[in-house]
Design a protein. Structure first.
Length: 276
């Protein structure tokens, strides 16, 4: 009988190199810091990065040498919107690409919640959409000029890819509906008042504070850290199972029948999407 060959998790050196064009990773004493970026500066949205994130969460989660994860951005903005990604109307995408987009959009959040078994800290470093990646973390902190808002409805698209879902579960359905329909900004202080984040800090103190919290968490026994995260993340698991597919399907169906396309509408909003 031949000896069975065991396939282990991907090593840090491999996956940090693999995703370096989209995520800058460093690790010290079991704490892994993951920063969104584009060419070493604030992240500008692209479908390539959108795909990379969900795969990265899986690789990070399977590495037993990761004990606490910090997710942050680069520069002075969390995310810069890029209307050009919708230059081709979604209804004109090939069927296979539409299906891939559906699955990748699900996995982006699902893999963050279901594949990561360690405590997570989101550190939102400035304005930008899609803060749900950080607000899904166990602890979320942000800068004073953080700019939470969901632009989908104002851009002519149902808000179904995650931001509204997280707001519904954090601030309640009525408040979330108001912010979804109006697209009104939620700054750092308001996010703190609403319970979206736990601390608001000047930008230069944000990452040091995230590391301080991570190092504090590392003082607990390993099993305590892992099982505490399991308890703390369970409400998100239930929310994603119950509602994420439903909301995303509604958004993507509307996009698939949208003859005008999002590009022109988003171009009009470009200044705001860039955090201005």
């Amino acid at each position: 009988m031949s000896e069975r060959r065991m396939i282990g998790p991907t090593k840090f050196g491999e996956y940090s190199e693999k995703y370096k064009d989209f995520l800058l990773m460093t690790r010290r004493d079991g704490i892994i810091e993951v920063r969104l970026h584009t060419n070493g500066d604030s992240y500008q949205h692209s479908w390539e990065a959108h795909t990379a994130w969900s795969n990265a969460w899986s690789d990070i989660g399977r590495d037993p040498e990761n004990e606490v994860m910090i997710i942050s951005g680069t520069g002075d903005k969390w995310l810069i919107g890029n209307p050009d990604v919708w230059n081709t109307k979604f209804m004109d995408w090939p069927k296979q690409k539409k299906l891939e987009q559906y699955h990748e959009s699900l996995r982006l959040l699902e893999n963050l919640i279901f594949c990561i078994d360690i405590p997570t800290i989101g550190a939102i470093n400035g304005p930008g959409t899609h803060c749900e990646i950080a607000t899904l973390c166990d602890i979320t902190i942000c800068t004073e000029d953080a700019d939470f808002f969901d632009p989908h409805f104002l851009g002519g698209t149902p808000p179904g890819d995650g931001m509204l879902l997280t707001l519904q579960n954090m601030i309640g359905f009525k408040k979330a509906a108001y912010y979804a329909y109006t697209g009104k900004n939620i700054n750092g202080q308001t996010a703190l008042d609403l319970g979206i984040v736990s601390e608001v800090l000047p930008r230069e103190k944000l990452l040091p504070r995230a590391w301080e919290i991570a190092e504090m968490i590392m003082q607990a026994p390993r099993s305590t850290r892992h099982l505490s995260h399991s308890i703390i993340s369970r409400p998100w698991k239930k929310a994603l199972v119950s509602d994420q597919g439903f909301q995303l399907t509604h958004q993507m169906y509307d996009m698939a029948i949208d003859e005008e396309g999002a590009f022109e509408r988003l171009k009009k909003m470009q200044g705001r999407l860039m955090g201005k």
